[in-house]
Design a protein around this ligand. Structure first.
Ligand code: NDP
Ligand code: ZN
Length: 355
């Protein structure tokens, strides 16, 4: 079978691989709709998680079940499914402690395009099908559905971790598809004022649609200062980080008031050594004592998460298809879509490939 792979750091290409095999509780799925992620860009072109050879990329998919193991109960060949980006081993100790995305070590629930072939192949393997697949609801568009596995799950987690109370002020740093989903999540969690930080016009429009009340252009001045000026000097109750470089925590902590949460969902690129560090503003952080609490998380995966996100969409709480700005037709277009994600033209939010 054919797949679009990371050949080595900085290089992608089409490769031929054996069709994956499967165990009694697993499934083999064919893609129906796929989307590249900024994380694929960090992984390939920044080498953010180290070297990988001939690893099929991609972790955002809707699919059709092709084969299932003998013990799979709820899915059969032909079923249309949502495939979460994160497919934990649900019987592990980390899952029982409430951190399924971290099974088998840090980020261990992230298998596709991390340490196992991803979804950019003609077929891909899903472990524990009954726990890691969800039925695609009748009537959900492919453009909307393909945002669930990662964009909505990650963005909403950003809002969940930010512990937003009714009427709380929130700043979302970065309004790509992840930050936009965080804005929608913050609104659904009851935020009052929502600052959206970014510049791409298409994203600014969707940010307003999803609930942003103020747009901050980080290129026109210091982000934290702009937010503090608009809040009478106070800063916000929660900051969700969904973009920016290694020093973005400097802005986040300076924009946050004492007694706040800084909820990071950004994937910080480059460097695999202990010497690779990220700066924090010592004074603005109250020398470490200002109750400005940093939360982190990897996208939640699994079946129930996907089913619940689908409920949000099917009952009209938000429309994720607004983020699908570039829709390609055909598996062969995957490379073009991924390169577009790397280039990030000004009119892009998210490319989607309908297979
Ligand atoms: P995009 O590249 O599409 O969006 C990044 C956003 O950050 C843009 O709006 C950009 O602004 C903005 N930005 C850039 N520099 C700054 C700055 N200095 N201050 C404020 N904003 C800035 O990314 P995605 O939305 O696709 O992904 C966001 C991050 O989430 C990535 O790092 C990705 O890898 C990560 N991720 C993490 C996951 C997890 O499980 N935790 C899962 C999926 C993704 P502009 O409008 O000017 O372009
Ligand atoms: Zn991703």
């Amino acid at each position: 079978m054919k797949g679009l792979a990371m050949l080595e750091i900085g290089e992608i290409g089409w490769i031929e691989k054996e069709r994956p095999t499967y165990g009694p509780r697993d499934a083999i799925v064919k893609p129906l709709a796929l989307a590249p992620c900024t994380s694929d860009v960090h992984t390939v072109w920044e080498g953010a998680i180290g070297e990988r050879h001939d690893l099929i990329l991609g972790h955002e998919a809707l699919g059709v079940v092709d084969e299932v193991g003998s013990e799979v109960r709820d899915f059969k060949p032909g079923d249309r499914v949502i495939v979460p980006a994160i497919t934990p081993d649900w019987e592990t100790e980390a899952a029982q402690r409430g951190y399924p995305s971290q099974t088998g070590g840090p980020l261990g629930g992230w298998k596709f395009s991390n340490f196992k072939d991803g979804v950019f192949g003609e077929f891909f393997h899903v472990n524990l099908a009954d726990y890691n697949l969800a039925h695609l609801p009748e009537g959900m568009s492919l453009e909307a559905g393909v945002m669930l596995p990662d964009m909505l799950s990650t963005g909403f987690m950003g809002a969940e971790n930010a512990k937003i109370e009714f009427g709380a002020s929130v700043a979302v740093l970065g309004i790509g598809p992840v930050g936009l989903s965080a804005i929608a999540g913050a609104k659904l969690r009851g935020a009052g004022r929502i600052f959206a930080v970014g510049t791409r016009p298409a994203a600014v429009n969707v940010a307003k649609e999803y609930g942003a009340t103020d747009i901050i252009n980080y290129k026109e001045g210091d982000t934290a200062e702009q937010i503090r000026n608009k809040t009478g000097g106070a800063g916000v109750d929660a900051v969700i980080i969904a973009g920016g470089g290694p020093d973005i925590l400097m802005d986040a902590i300076r924009a946050a008031r004492p007694g706040s949460v800084i909820s990071n969902i950004n994937y910080f690129g480059q460097g695999m050594g202990d010497e690779d560090t990220i700066p924090l503003p010592r004074v603005a952080w109250g020398f470490g004592m200002a109750d400005k609490n940093i939360m982190t998380g990897l996208c939640p995966g699994g079946r129930v998460r996907m089913e619940r996100l689908a409920e949000v969409v099917m009952h009209g709480r938000m429309d994720p298809s607004l983020m699908a700005t570039h829709v390609f037709k055909g598996f062969d277009k995957l490379e073009e879509a991924l390169l577009l994600m790397k280039e990030k033209p000004r009119d892009l939010i998210k490319p989607v490939v309908i297979v």
